[in-house]
Design a protein around this ligand. Structure first.
Ligand code: SF4
Ligand code: SF4
Length: 125
């Protein structure tokens, strides 16, 4: 969070995104299904990379939505730019968002079937 335009916002201080491996089989997708069964956890895909997102406010955020350690905030906070941030950006930060097991299973089924078809082409193909 930076600059005066961030005052009273704090949107970007309320989640954590961690890049994770793209699932490659039913066992891995089952683990991701289990993960997003938990409150305040989502998965999303952005530019072919998979991310685990935890919706939780930073402990350094004060009640007035100001950063309590602004001068010493981590580099990741300093590098985050307001131009295309959660508040000012025109587009979603994800290409695909999974908020519940059903969405993830449906995506996986569709994706897995594509792989199956590619790996098992029809006779004569
Ligand atoms: S979402 Fe944008 S405007 Fe809001 S605090 Fe973060 S950088 Fe500032
Ligand atoms: S350290 Fe400060 S700027 Fe960084 S996420 Fe926490 S409250 Fe926001």
């Amino acid at each position: 969070m930076v600059m005066s335009q961030c005052a009273k916002c704090s949107k970007c201080c309320r989640n954590v995104s961690i890049e994770v491996d793209e699932p490659s089989d039913d066992k891995e997708i089952d683990e991701y299904v289990w993960i997003i069964m938990h409150e305040n956890i989502r998965l999303y895909i952005e530019e072919d990379k998979w991310y685990l997102e935890i919706l939780t406010p930073c402990k350094m955020l004060e009640d007035d939505r100001q950063c309590s350690i602004y001068a010493d905030r981590p580099e990741v906070c300093r590098e985050y730019e307001t131009e295309n941030c959660l508040k000012n950006g025109d587009e979603d930060y994800f290409d695909v968002l999974f908020t519940n097991p059903g969405e993830l299973k449906a995506y996986w089924k569709e994706h897995y079937e594509d792989i199956e078809e590619d790996e098992n082409p029809s006779p004569g193909v």
